[in-house]
Design a protein around this ligand. Structure first.
Ligand SMILES: C[S@@+](CC[C@H](N)C(=O)[O-])C[C@H]1O[C@@H](n2cnc3c(N)ncnc32)[C@H](O)[C@@H]1O
Length: 222
């Protein structure tokens, strides 16, 4: 969302934070930590409700803000993965105070390793870790997502991306600049990767920092 008026309108009419979520958002502001924010959060909450989510898996949970939205949407279980032990400890504390920690699993370490420890099914997956390894995360999770399940990836329009370069590349066929950088190259790779996957329908939802939404439309192979 790139019009200021549009953004203010959506925010003014959007989801409200709980008291603990408001504290989390303040903490993110104070420390410059990139959370998905309340508008994208409301999308996660909606997905948990629409899929009647039994299990959600997150790649890169930070201190639990995005997980708090899945839990607010009634997810029976959210698996949080985080490489930074301090962030994960904070997540435990925030979700404990929110009264939802009993529905959360806290996995410290590389999300790309942790995902192998869970059989699925994952009704919803959030990809929000190292941008250069988004496509790898998708590949590790895709067979654990049932038909009708959704993979969401953040930072398609904001964060380590230049929206003008992305538009020129995808809409006009312009080459990517040589100095595009690993995070943005990872986002481009991700979008191309999921759009080419015939088992998923994908599109970019320009809410928050831009969410790539991929719904599984084919049965799992196992
Ligand atoms: C954008 S933040 C996540 C924000 C969170 N999803 C939210 O909206 O509340 C990205 C997080 O991913 C973590 N991270 C990066 N690479 C990771 C990896 N390979 N495995 C697990 N966590 C990782 C970082 O430490 C950071 O806390």
């Amino acid at each position: 969302m790139h019009s200021d008026a549009l953004q203010r309108y959506v925010r003014a009419t959007g989801a409200d934070h709980s008291d603990v979520q408001a504290e989390m958002a303040d903490h993110a502001d104070e420390h410059g930590f990139p959370i998905i924010g309340p508008d994208a959060g409301a999308v996660l909450r909606l997905l948990a409700r629409l899929t009647d989510a039994e299990r959600v898996f997150e790649f890169g949970s930070g201190f639990g803000y995005s997980a708090s939205w899945f839990l607010a949407g009634g997810a029976d279980e959210v698996v949080l993965t985080e490489i930074d032990a301090d962030e994960l400890e904070m997540a435990r504390d925030f979700l404990d105070r929110e009264g939802t920690a009993d529905r959360a699993q806290f996995e410290h370490g590389d999300a790309l390793d942790a995902v192998a420890d869970y059989d699925g099914p994952f009704d919803v997956v959030l990809i929000d870790h190292d941008k250069a390894r988004y496509a790898k995360g998708f590949d590790l999770a895709r067979e654990k997502v049932p038909e009708g399940g959704v993979v969401v990836a953040d930072n398609m329009t904001k964060g380590p991306v230049d929206i003008e370069v992305l538009a020129d590349y995808f809409a006009e066929g312009e080459p990517l600049p040589d100095d595009v950088g690993d995070p943005m190259a990872g986002i481009v790779e991700y979008v191309e990767h999921v759009r080419a996957d015939p088992a998923f329908e994908s599109f970019i939802l320009p809410v928050g920092s831009g969410l790539c939404m991929s719904t599984r439309i084919a049965p799992r192979e196992d």
